[in-house]
Design a protein around this ligand. Structure first.
Ligand code: SAM
Length: 395
């Protein structure tokens, strides 16, 4: 698999019931970097109507998505004056790629469209941003558009109304310039929206702990990563994603996938699609509604039998998912459930214990091939923990 940190670490396999999967092609150590991936498509997580997302006060460059110290330090797009850039270089790069004259005009028209910005949920504005970015990719980089089309997601009936609304709106207000032999049909629009839902990674604002946000973060942007999109989910992942937004010396929006613990050759490498502290019923709901599958991982098999999970109590499914305020699995793991919960070690060892963080810890990359680093880094807040304090050997 090209683009992996080392070409020989991973391979793609087809696994029945799971689609493509990433599997280790040799034994891997906790801390090994198995992938560094750059996005083929990026789009802002801010609503079109200029509303600041909840828990966000920062402004950022619309090309590299680095934080800007002040609005006055930025160069604006000379046509719309809406998009801001940290440098002339980012402005020129963006005009040639992601903020072309057509994108600029399309976003301006959508921003002025009451049926979108006043009468639709905020989510629709973000989806409109994605579609404009995806159509533009077809125009500026046909090979990357083909990669996007190859990702999972083929249009779902339950999302048809949103797809129809956005397709009609964009076709009438700001149709993309024609491409020979290709049509921006409703079917393409609908499939693209599914691909976004199943594959996009949120690029979060870096963690700032203060009383107002209680550790909650907003999504600065979304990215489609061609190789990272092939990792399947597990509720007890063996790898996790790091990014270094605002601190990376370059390629600010790259993601790095690092092993949490050792695995043997031939093991599927999985990420968790959300924080690992979520409880069983919220995980099950999200995976079914958003990703279209029922998780059969070891942890779900155990937790499905817990007497107090909402499924077993017959609670209805409408309960709001309070993502960051879910009951903490750490508390559960260390309390009355311990005997029924063979995975307790994972939460004690690999979950960040900083209040309201819920990040996952992975060892730092080690230069010693035989041993993982004893220092574990949190993928959300960056805190370091010394593994010797835990006092148990890996695995
Ligand atoms: C980001 S993609 C992962 C790559 C995907 N398997 C493929 O072939 O492109 C997410 C989709 O993979 C499948 N998937 C991921 N984790 C799974 C799991 N634990 N069990 C079954 N299917 C899974 C689901 O169809 C999900 O919507």
């Amino acid at each position: 698999m090209s683009g992996m940190a080392s070409e020989s670490l991973l391979q793609i396999e087809e696994i029945e019931g799971r689609g493509r999967a990433i599997v280790s092609s040799k034994p891997l150590r906790g801390g090994d970097i198995v992938l560094r991936d750059s996005p083929i498509l990026l789009y802002s997580g801010s609503p079109l109507n200029g509303q600041q997302p909840l828990f966000s006060t920062s402004i950022y460059c619309d090309n590299c998505f680095k934080k800007l110290e002040s609005a006055s330090a930025a160069s604006s797009c000379p046509s719309c004056f809406q998009n801001r850039f940290c440098s002339q270089h980012c402005l020129s790069a963006s005009i040639a790629s992601s903020h072309t004259p057509w994108v600029c005009q399309a976003l301006s028209r959508l921003r002025d469209c009451p049926s979108l910005v006043l009468h639709q949920p905020l989510e629709r504005q973000i989806q409109a941003r994605f579609l404009i970015a995806a159509y533009n990719l077809a125009l500026v980089s046909p090979p990357n558009f083909q990669i996007l089309l190859s990702l999972q997601g083929y249009g779902e009936d339950k999302d048809a109304a949103a797809a129809q609304f956005l397709h009609s709106l964009i076709s009438s207000l700001c149709p993309p310039p024609p491409i020979d032999g290709f049509s921006f049909s409703f079917e393409i629009t609908s499939a693209l929206l599914s691909k976004d839902k199943l594959n996009a990674f949120g690029i979060m604002e870096p963690m700032e702990f203060n009383k107002e946000n209680c550790g909650q973060r907003s999504v600065r942007a979304y990215g489609i990563y061609p190789k990272a999109s092939l990792f399947n989910h597990d509720c007890l992942p063996n790898a996790c994603r790091f990014d270094y937004v605002d601190t990376a010396p370059d390629r600010n929006t790259d993601v790095i996938i690092r092993m949490i613990h050792d695995v043997p050759q031939g093991r599927e490498i999985c990420l968790s699609y959300f924080p690992v502290n979520w409880n069983y019923s919220n995980r099950k709901k999200r995976l079914l509604e958003e990703y279209g599958f029922t998780c059969e991982c070891d942890r779900c098999k155990v937790e499905a039998n817990w007497s107090d999970n909402e499924d077993n109590e017959g609670d209805d499914d409408d309960e709001a998912m309070e993502e960051d305020r879910d009951e903490s699995m750490v508390e559960e793991a260390t309390s009355e459930y311990e005997a029924d919960f063979p995975h307790a070690y994972f939460f004690l060892r690999y979950m960040c214990n900083r209040e309201n963080c819920w990040g996952t810890l992975a060892p730092l990359p080690s230069s010693d091939n035989n041993q993982s680093s004893i220092l574990l880094e949190c993928n959300v807040c960056g805190n370091m923990k010394n593994d010797e304090e835990f006092g148990v050997d890996a695995d």
